[in-house]
Each structure stands twice: as C-alpha cells, then as structure tokens.
Ligand binder design. Sequence first.
Ligand code: ATP
Length: 456
Amino acid sequence: MSPETNHPDVMEKLVSLAKRRGFIFQSSEIYGGTGSVWDYGPLGVELKKNIKDRWWNAMVRQRDDIEGLDAAILMHPKVWEASGHVAGFTDPLVDCKACKARFRADKLEDGACPRKPSKKPGEFADCQLTEPRLFNLMFKTFMGPVEDSAAVVYLRPETAQGIFVNFLNVQQASRQKVPFGIAQIGKAFRNEITPGNFTFRTREFEQMEMQFFVDSQAPAGQKSDMEWFEFWKEQRMQWHRALGLTESRLHFHQHTPQELAHYARAAFDIQFDFGGTLGFQEIEGVHHRSDFDLGAHQTMSGKRLEYVDQVANRRYVPYVIETSVGADRVTLAAMVDAYREESVPGEEEGRVVLGFNPSIAPIKAAVFALTKKDGQPEFARKLRDDLRTRFTVDYDETGSIGKRYRRHDEVGTPFCITVDHQSVSDGTVTVRHRDTLAQDRIAATAVPAYLDERLR
Ligand code: ATP
C-alpha cells in the first residue's frame, strides 16, 4: 500500500495559477470546455517542452543503444487487434482478478482460463470474475470518404505499438544489435471513464515511451532480461530525481500478481506523491513485456519479426523492457512539487514560488530596467537580445521591481537581472536568485556564462 501523504492539496491553487499565468487552459473554454482536455499556454508549452527535451536527451541523444522514432497516430486497424486493444477495450468484459485475463462477458463459454486452459473462465477454483463492464477506451474515427465499418481507424491509445511495428525497420536501418531500444514521444488518446484531477488523467495526452529489446537467452557475460529490467527501473527513477522531484515524494510500486498482466514478467510503477487526497499515484510504468507484442504482431501480420543474431547464428523474437511515462503527468508533478507559499523577510506580503529545477523553468531569466530613462531600457534590451539567442528570456519594465520579482517567482524564473543607473556607467548588472533572494553584481558581458553554469 502507498504510504499516507504528508503534503497539502495544492491542486486547486495550481489550476488557478496555471490559467492566470498562462501555463494551462481548459480546452475550448468559451464553449464551456471539453471534458478532460487541456491546452498548454505560453509558459506551459515551454515547461512541457523542457521536460520532453530532458527525456529525449537522456534516452536517445546520450545513448548509443537507443534510436528515436516518430510514428503516426493513425495506424492500420489490425495493429489494435494484434495488441489486444480492440477486443480488450470495446466489448462487454469481465476481468478475472486472480489471473488478470479479460473475457467477453457474452462469450464466456468460448474462453479458457490461462492458468488451466481446460477450464472456462469462472470454473477454476480461485477465478475471481468481476461484474461485466463496458470498456471503450479507444476513440474511433473513419479514414477516407465513406463512414462504414471497413473505414474504421483508431486514435492510438498508446505510442508503443508504433515502435513494435517498426522494430525491424529501425533495427535494420540503424544496424543496431540486440540489446537496443527505440524511443518516441507522441500523443495518445483514451476515452477515459473516470478522468480528472486537472491534467492527471485526461483524454488526450502525451507519452514518452521506450521499448528496449533484449535476448531472453543472453550469453554469459551479458545482462540478462531481468538485469536489464532492474537497470531501466533504476535509470528511470534517477531521471525523475534529476528533474528535481523531491526524493521522498517518489517511490516504486511493484505490481501485485493480481495487477500484473498475464504476459508480463515483472512490472513496477514509479509513483509521485501529489499531496492531498490524490497522494501517491503512477507517473511512469516500467514493464517486462516478454515477447508478447512482437509475437502478436508476427502472428497477425504473417511477417517475421525476428532478430537475426549472426554471431550466434540464431533468430529469435526479443523480449521487451518498456519504460512508459506521461509527459503531462510529469509536468503536473513538477508543478505540484515546485509550488510553495512563503513569507519574505522585511515584507508584509508573502510570495508564491514555483521552485522548478532551473533547467526546466519556462523562463530562464527576466531582464528589468529599473527606470524607463537614462539609457537603461536600451541597455536592458540589448542584454535581453544577447541572452535570447540561447535562453528563454523575458523583458519587463512595468511596475515596481518588487512586483516584477513576485511575477517571476510565481512562474519559476530562476534569475532576475536588473539594469540600473550604475549599469549604464560601469556595465554591471545585479542578478537576483529566486530561491535564496541573494543578489550578485556582475558585468553584463559575464551574464551568459553565469547563466550557463547554473542552468545545467
Ligand atoms: P493509469 O493506471 O493511471 O490509468 P495506466 O497504467 O493505464 O495508467 P499506462 O498505460 O502504463 O498507464 O501508461 C503509461 C503512462 O502514461 C502512465 O504512467 C501515465 O503517466 C500516462 N497516462 C496514461 N493514461 C493517461 C491519461 N489518461 N492521462 C494522462 N496521462 C496518462
């Protein structure tokens, strides 16, 4: 069981801040909104992009053994038959809590218990069948001008299948050898029955998925499939920590035998403590999927999806270790974790801070001119222009400096740079730090290197 949360519920405050400051808006708000669909505003799009870039850098650019992919959202309908989504998501179903298999409620007599194939579902001693439920998580649409059943296509409910069907294309084009992985970031759609909690569970969302293909009979001296599973589990937890998520708010949840899909050999979720009643919830899944997916596509398509190991003179369908994380869910976790209200020494009014890891902050530095005269705005705008070739920078000359600081604290800008009368004469500026409120006076020409060092 997940431990109780010690963190307050900041979701309501965050929803309001997110709208007011341009992180996240309700989709089609002027028409009353679209159920559980959200739009990212100017700051939200930067924040989410920074998170996706960190993932892409860690998973693709910094590794020799992972290739990138951007597969289409619309796929051949057979893909979803092979993957089990058509059968699993659109029929009246019963789940067996004991073995996690799903059966057509109206065709139980055709089913077989996976643990005792001679028995029908419900007949084996500890079968635990739920009441029939309608699952319809996939969005259906039509391809081409005719709206009939032959033209049905689905909006993908996960990005992974684009990787499986391209397994050999990527392997052959990149001349990768098992073990290797394929990674992609893309939209997924689920007609969720119980969406909610802001962007936590939405009907349109983005996934960052990586499928790592391994040999189920790895020769001595190479990592076994379970060792790769452990490796990726640790790597992914490390990534969330490096993103700045508080360590004590992160933990693993091991799937119980009841939760484990019938083909899965092991599965852990990385959970984050969202505070309040939501508490610890999944943000990422790390799954050992065996050869289920490639095997299913091989059978359905009739095309071999085997890896040819020329050294060992073997061909086989690799096992898959999957890491699957929601870009929106991690963005929300980063916002929840970063949100704090605090008093400011010497000031009556407190401040709200989004204390993001500087590398994901939507604006890296704000440049202020103390007054609108004496060449200060020109100096400040020149500095802004120099900086924005490399960083996202905001220029602001309205309101008191205190008010400008507050505005930028609230959106998580790590550095505020002020140009004053001294700047115009000696070329120095002050850099104020969001978290410590400390101020450094440095040469304007030294600012790019100063930021570089602190934004890694
Ligand atoms: P949950 O149990 O929360 O529905 P899941 O186990 O169905 O999630 P997966 O299919 O493993 O999720 O998807 C991998 C990741 O994709 C999840 O960890 C989550 O971050 C993200 N994700 C899945 N469904 C949604 C959704 N409806 N809205 C936002 N993100 C989602």
